[in-house]
Design a protein. Structure first.
Length: 352
C-alpha cells in the first residue's frame, strides 16, 4: 500500500459571509475532492501543538510525527540547509523579507510593486557589511547569516505577513540594538516609484536536528515540494526530495511537473509527500477570488490524475497544515480539513 499525502498549505479557513458562509474549499468547484469525501472519510483537526503558533514549521513537523520538544523555534536554518548554503555550528540564520514601509508602518511583506526581476536586480547590487553573508532565495525572500558562538541575538517573534498595517517602530528599535543588522538595513533601503522599500530581518534560527522519517514510521518516504521550509524539513529527516526545475512555491507553479514527479516515484516509496504552497501565498495576499480559482486548478490538474492512478489499496490524504485567512491574510488557530479515500484513518498517525 502506498500513501500519497497532499499538503495544501493554508487552504483551510473559517467560513466567509461573502461565500454564503462557506469556506473557499467548500465554495470552489472540486469534483475530485468531493468524490473522495463522498466515498471516503473527512474530518477536521488541528496540527499545531498547544503553545506553538499555527505555522508550516510547527504543523508539518507534527503531521510527520515529530514531538513538540524537538520542534525548533524558527525555520530559517532549515531554509538555508535546503538551499545548499554552507553552514557551521555557530551560524545564526535570519529570514529577510524585502518589504515596503510607509511612516514606520508595514505596507507589504513581499515587496509589492516590484517585479521578480526588479527584486533580483536589487538583490544583486546590495551593500553587505563585513560579518554578514547574504543569499537571495527568490522573489521577496532572502537569508542573512551571522556567525555567533553565543547565539545572543534577541528579537521578539515577528512575522511580516501577519503584521501588514502595523507600526514597526518597536521592532525596528530591537533590530537597531544589533549593530550589524542595523548597518545592513541602513545601507540597503531605497525608494522606487514613490514607495519606500527595506530589507527586514526576522526569525533567527540556529542548527536544527530532527529524527529521520524512517526511524519514526519504518517507511520509505519521498517528497515533492518547492517550498524551502518543506525541503529543509525533509533533508533533515532524511527524506529524498524531487529536483524541480519549474516550480515557484506560488500560484504560478508548474503543477504538471509536480504531478509527474508524484506518479514517477509512487511505486518505489511507501509514502509520497506532495506540498503545494500557492494556497498559502495567495491567502496572505488576501485575494479570495484567486484562492478559489487555484483550488479548482489543483483539484482538476493535480488531484484528479493522481486519484485516477491509485490502486485499490492505495491511500490519498489531502489536508491543510494550518488555516490561512484570505480575509485577514494571517495564519489562524482554527481547525483544518483532512480528506482521505479510506473509511478509516488513524488521526494521530497518518502513516499507519
Amino acid at each position: 500500500m502506498s500513501t500519497i499525502l497532499i499538503i495544501l498549505d493554508g487552504i483551510s479557513e473559517e467560513s466567509i459571509e461573502l461565500l454564503n458562509n462557506k469556506t473557499p474549499l467548500e465554495y470552489a468547484t472540486t469534483k475530485t475532492i468531493n468524490k473522495i469525501i463522498k466515498d471516503g472519510f473527512y474530518f477536521k483537526t488541528k496540527y499545531h501543538e498547544k503553545g506553538l503558533s499555527p505555522n508550516s514549521l510547527n504543523c508539518i513537523l507534527k503531521i510527520l510525527g515529530v514531538k513538540k520538544e524537538n520542534i525548533p523555534k524558527n525555520r530559517s536554518y532549515l531554509e538555508a540547509l535546503s538551499s545548499d548554503i554552507p553552514l557551521s555550528q555557530n551560524d545564526i540564520v535570519f529570514r529577510c523579507n524585502l518589504v515596503s514601509i510607509k511612516n514606520n508602518h508595514l505596507e507589504s511583506f513581499n515587496g509589492e510593486g516590484l517585479t521578480r526581476k526588479e527584486k533580483k536586480r536589487k538583490s544583486d547590487n546590495l551593500s553587505i557589511p563585513e560579518g554578514i553573508r547574504y543569499y537571495h532565495l527568490g522573489d521577496y525572500k532572502n537569508l542573512l547569516i551571522i556567525k555567533s558562538p553565543k547565539n545572543d541575538f534577541k528579537l521578539n517573534d515577528f512575522i511580516p505577513h501577519e503584521r501588514i498595517g502595523d507600526n514597526l517602530e518597536e521592532y525596528l528599535k530591537e533590530i537597531s540594538n544589533i549593530k550589524i543588522l542595523k548597518n545592513f538595513m541602513k545601507l540597503n533601503n531605497f525608494t522606487f516609484k514613490g514607495t519606500h522599500y527595506q530589507y527586514l530581518p526576522w526569525g533567527p534560527s540556529s542548527k536544527v536536528e530532527l529524527p529521520s522519517f524512517s526511524s519514526l514510521h519504518n517507511k520509505k518516504c519521498f517528497s515533492v515540494s518547492h517550498a524551502k521550509i518543506v525541503k529543509g524539513i525533509c533533508q533533515t529527516m532524511d527524506i529524498e526530495t524531487a529536483v524541480l526545475k519549474n516550480s515557484t512555491g506560488d500560484i504560478d507553479t508548474n503543477v504538471r511537473e509536480k504531478l509527474e514527479s508524484v506518479l514517477e516515484n509512487k511505486s518505489n516509496n511507501d509514502v509520497i509527500i506532495a506540498h503545494i504552497n500557492g494556497t498559502d501565498e495567495i491567502s496572505h495576499r488576501k485575494n479570495l477570488e484567486y484562492k478559489i480559482n487555484f483550488i479548482e486548478k489543483i483539484d482538476e490538474d493535480f488531484i484528479k490524475p493522481i486519484y485516477a492512478k491509485l490502486k485499490s489499496d492505495d491511500r490519498i490524504i489531502i489536508l491543510s497544515d494550518h488555516q490561512t485567512s484570505s480575509i485577514t491574510g494571517k495564519h489562524e488557530e482554527g481547525y483544518v480539513d483532512v480528506i482521505t479515500n479510506k473509511k478509516y484513518i488513524n488521526k494521530n498517525n497518518l502513516f499507519i
